[in-house]
Design a protein around this ligand. Structure first.
Ligand SMILES: [Mg+2]
Length: 126
């Protein structure tokens, strides 16, 4: 069972990411969605057994960077991998995200190859 939490304030973007993941042949049994960092923290607490979190940067209430800092400060027994999926592509932003506890980084818009290369470290591919 692989479970992926998609965190993005755009419902359209959440659908696009899901469709792209399916099209690239990566195996995900369940997608869980959250519209901001606060909702995402609730989902993590409700269901700690997540295999991957895909995280937007710019969101209302709690941004992606605030979320990843909060998540890492929980010190969960299983470290959930976090990949940022964002339009924020500058080197400063990428290093800020990694220092805050993100494992991977994907800049929007992305190609199917970039998606597979980045997420292939965390998900099985058919
Ligand atoms: Mg956003």
């Amino acid at each position: 069972m692989s479970k992926v939490l998609l965190v993005d304030d755009s419902a359209v973007m959440r659908k696009i990411i899901q469709r792209n993941i399916k099209e690239t042949g990566m195996i995900v049994d369940e997608f869980i969605e959250a519209g901001d960092g606060k909702q995402a923290l609730d989902k993590v607490n409700d269901d700690g057994a997540l295999d991957l979190i895909l995280l937007d940067w710019n969101m209302p209430n709690m941004s992606g960077i605030e979320f990843v800092k909060a998540l890492r400060s929980l010190n969960l027994p299983n470290r959930i991998p976090v990949v940022m999926v964002t339009t924020e592509g500058s080197e400063t932003k990428v290093s800020e995200a990694k220092e805050s506890g993100a494992d991977g980084y994907l800049t929007k818009p992305f190609t199917a190859d970039q998606l597979r290369d980045t997420l292939g470290d965390y998900l099985l591919i058919k």
